[in-house]
Write a protein that binds this ligand. Structure first.
Ligand SMILES: Nc1nc2c(c(=O)[nH]1)N[C@H]1C(S)=C(S)[C@@H](COP(=O)(O)O)O[C@H]1N2
Ligand SMILES: [Mo]
Length: 560
């Protein structure tokens, strides 16, 4: 091997180790930050805070793409993405600080600064929230030089000197470097060295053993602090408090379901009339779900009220006007044929009654609803007052609200998309106007108010099936109006009217079924619904942004 080539290989090996040192230092920083977040709360962890900031800053089309691509796993994808970016950055910082330690310090400081800024600029963020990123950055800043030291220190020939310490230009080998390694231990280290350096055996001024030990210690520290931090963060959990909560019986129960109300048991693959809490879609901007201790819960009314007050959870649960209602909730981000819709039996306090008791003023057009994580949802005051089943919900399908669905209190206004009505983790209602303030999504270009559009979806058949008679089936919704007809067209045939599940309530979707004789081959199926107001679902294709998707759901199927 020529001398120049050897030197280059040696420098490459050293850079690789430096990159690994950067990675290990980042692991220490993140682990220590998790530990501190065990004191300050899971939402202050830099990974979570930065992820939250990314959600806040991401343009709506990209968000829509993420929801479409990853669905409910969008948050997991974001956290993984954040970690990948951190890892790449850490590798670079490691290499740079080999050249100049100050670059490493600056790199880590910037890294910490991003975490600090992300944590304190969250809508509900405070100064204390900066602590995990700050302490994490300091830990990473101490770890990095310590990890890099064995890569540059002129070795003094420790217990296991390098086996073939050749001199190379720029890195003259100190005397006494070339003694043979003798112990088995040293051979193991040599092997590790080879692996780490990708075959590079040169090592002037480079103590690989110390590097391996140092990185091992760093990764151990990262694992212990990170794991311990995650354990500590569990004390913010409110699952036990939720499990211990007893919901009162409603004074006005949901209307009894007529016999045969749910067609799903008869049609394989059809969406059930009620969605279980586990299967209910979830859409929100929260990476760590807000955890509200029911004992400390307060709902504060502010703004255009004559005599605004605040409510504890007990205030709400002890009222004598609790209602139980079956309501289908849908998301404005739902694509034609998409799954962001679900139906539950909700328990809650009538919203109109609460607003009137507090003397909501005539001039208020918008209720700015505030979630405990600081995000806001703007709901029309008029709908809140006039839509009969609008409520402050505390129960979902016979249980306290699941934590992901807004525990302990959320708003629901039938007929409006969730983003302009269904604020979860609700802690504030400010009566205001649309002129005075824009809510979270309005600031991002979504329509300030939007009634749910007439929609229908094909659930079956989706997969290839044998030719012959089989049901085409799905669901259709037009909340507060109700669905009166669903028509299906196969290929270029006539529109045929499907059979509908019994009308239970105008706020509930309806299932539809049409048995059809399929000839062998490929088929195209299209569905369209009509509301009780006589509005035919529009054929015009529009994407979800900015006011909800429209168009007929069409699928292609093939017989086996
Ligand atoms: N606090 C809070 N409430 C929120 C949201 C949110 O991001 N944060 N998302 C809204 C949207 S867009 C929808 S569609 C519904 C979804 O409610 P779910 O997750 O219970 O299905 O919640 C609404 N309430
Ligand atoms: Mo939504």
């Amino acid at each position: 091997m020529a001398d120049g080539a050897g030197a280059r290989a040696e420098r490459r090996g050293r850079r690789r180790l430096a990159a690994l040192a950067g990675l290990a230092a980042a692991a220490v920083a993140l682990g220590v930050a998790e530990l501190v977040a065990g004191l300050t709360g899971p939402w202050t962890s830099p990974v979570v805070a930065v992820g939250d900031a990314v959600i806040t800053l991401t343009p709506e089309p990209v968000k829509q793409f993420a929801i479409d691509t990853f669905g409910e796993a969008d948050k997991v994808a974001l956290v993984v993405g954040t970690l990948v970016v951190v890892a790449l950055y850490a590798l670079a910082v490691g290499v740079l600080s080999l050249r100049d330690r100050r670059l490493g310090t600056v790199g880590i400081a910037l890294f910490g600064l991003v975490g600090v800024v992300a944590a304190i600029t969250r809508p509900a963020g405070g100064l204390l929230d900066a602590l995990p990123s700050l302490v994490g950055a300091v830990a990473g800043g101490l770890a990095l030089p310590a990890l890099l030291a064995p890569l540059t220190a002129p070795s003094s020939g420790g217990p296991h000197p390098r086996s073939t310490g050749e001199a190379s230009p720029g890195h003259p080998s100190p005397a006494g470097e070339s003694s043979e390694a003798s112990s088995a231990d040293a051979r193991v280290v040599d092997r590790l060295r080879e692996v780490l350096a990708g075959g590079d055996r040169k090592g002037a001024g480079l103590d690989r053993r110390r590097f391996v030990v140092g990185s091992g210690v760093a990764l151990g520290v990262a694992a212990v602090t990170g794991g311990g931090g995650r354990l500590l963060q569990r004390r913010f959990d409110v699952a036990d408090a939720r499990a211990g909560l007893r919901l009162p019986a409603p004074s006005d129960a949901a209307a009894p379901l007529p016999p045969g109300a749910d067609l799903a048991p008869e049609v394989d693959g059809l969406t059930p009339l009620f969605t279980s809490n586990r299967d209910f879609y979830r859409v929100d901007t929260a990476i760590t779900v807000p955890r509200i201790d029911p004992a400390g819960y307060r709902l504060a009314l502010t703004g255009m009220f004559d005599a605004p007050r605040s409510y504890t959870l007990a205030d709400l649960l002890e009222r004598d006007d609790l209602v139980e209602r079956d309501i289908t909730l849908t998301c404005v981000s739902n694509e034609v044929g998409g799954g962001l819709a679900g139906t539950a039996r909700w328990l809650g306090v009538p919203l109109g009654a609460v607003l009137r008791e507090n003397g909501v003023r005539d001039g208020s057009t918008q209720l700015l609803c505030r979630s405990s994580d600081g995000m806001t949802i703007g709901a029309p005051t008029r709908s809140a007052l006039e839509v009969p089943d609008a409520m402050l919900a505390v129960g979902m399908n016979g249980e306290p609200l699941p934590i992901e669905h807004g525990f302990p209190v959320r708003m629901l206004i039938p007929g409006l998309y969730g983003y302009v009505s269904a604020c979860k983790w609700l802690v504030g209602i400010e009566a205001t106007t649309y002129e005075a303030v824009d809510a979270y999504w309005t600031r991002r270009g979504w329509a300030a108010r939007q009634e749910i559009r007439v929609a229908s979806r094909i659930d079956v058949p989706l997969r290839p099936f044998p030719a012959g008679r089989r049901p085409i089936a799905g669901v259709a919704w037009a909340q507060t109006r109700g669905i009166t007809a669903v028509e299906v067209r196969v290929d270029e045939g006539e529109w045929r009217e499907a059979q509908l599940s019994p009308q239970v309530d105008a706020d509930l979707w309806r299932q539809w079924v049409l048995p059809y004789d399929f000839a062998p081959g490929r088929h195209q199926i299209t569905v369209r619904a009509t509301s009780a107001e006589g509005e035919l679902q529009t054929q015009e294709r529009r994407p979800p942004f900015p006011s909800g998707s429209t168009g007929w759901h069409t699928i292609q199927v093939v017989t086996t």
